[in-house]
Write a protein that binds this ligand. Structure first.
Ligand code: ADP
Ligand code: ADP
Length: 219
């Protein structure tokens, strides 16, 4: 049985943090559109260079490019049993494209946990986010700090702050979320897959509520 789960929520809601934990628990591929763009940027591919012009100003990368990238990623063998999607879809066009891609293989989305976090909290979370360039683990200087400030607990790499986590770009990204991504809340509510979760709770509580929601959708 395949299992496709879409994590929905504004920037800073905790999608990446939760996806890293849950993909291991459920043994599902973690497909993060933002991580794929950043990997392409690191390797200076054409896709990475194109994406950067949008990412740096907090705008969305165009749908056609993003959809093609995800279609390629979901076609790889590690997604045969399903995937945990983090950051995709982000527009109604992307959501429709994902439904079409899955239905071609007689698959569908099982559950869409919507991690709900209000705007003021998002700004504080993104302002204090530190990421490991090697393993991608996400920390927060106050809410989920590494043992040694600025150093990854897992591989001792020096942590970095994303350029798009600067205050102005964060504001823009949250606006873009409300304009372009939030209509997906209704889209998935209407098709019965949405499960709303209060993302202001502690990381462990959000994880257990996410797992419960996914389990419920299975039964
Ligand atoms: P997203 O992928 O949705 O943008 P992240 O998982 O990167 O969000 O989390 C954004 C920041 O908030 C990170 O610094 C992370 O450590 C922190 N964070 C995530 N979940 C929580 C939580 N439940 N409580 C407090 N801080 C959190
Ligand atoms: P966050 O974790 O804060 O939500 P992401 O890492 O998911 O941020 O995304 C970073 C940036 O990558 C976005 O601001 C956008 O420019 C681009 N991006 C990621 N996913 C998509 C998508 N599905 N469609 C268009 N652009 C995207």
């Amino acid at each position: 049985m395949t299992k496709f789960i879409v994590l929905l929520g504004p920037p800073g809601a905790g999608k990446g943090t939760q996806a890293q934990i849950i993909s291991k628990t459920l043994d599902l591929a973690h497909v993060s559109s933002g991580d794929i763009f950043r990997e392409n940027l690191k390797n200076q591919t054409d896709l990475g260079k194109l994406a950067q012009t949008f990412m740096d100003r907090g705008a969305l990368v165009p749908d056609d490019v993003t959809i093609a990238m995800i279609q390629e990623r979901l076609g790889r063998p590690d997604c045969n049993n399903g995937a945990l999607l983090d950051g995709f879809p982000r527009t109604p066009t992307q959501a429709k494209a994902l439904d079409d891609m899955l239905s071609e293989n007689k698959q569908n989305i099982e559950c869409v946990p919507y991690i709900n976090v209000p705007g003021e909290v998002l700004v504080e979370r993104l302002g204090g986010r530190w990421t490991c360039p090697t393993c991608g683990f996400v920390y927060h200087e106050k809410f989920n700090p590494p043992i040694n400030a600025g150093i990854c607990d897992k591989d001792r790499s020096e942590l970095y702050q994303r350029v798009d986590d600067k205050a102005d770009t964060v504001k823009k990204r949250i606006d873009v979320y409300w304009e372009q991504t939030s209509p997906l809340i209704e889209y998935y509510r209407e098709n019965g897959t949405l499960a709303e979760i209060d993302g202001t709770q502690a990381i462990e509580i959000v994880t257990s509520q996410l797992l419960e929601a996914i389990q419920r959708s299975n039964s």
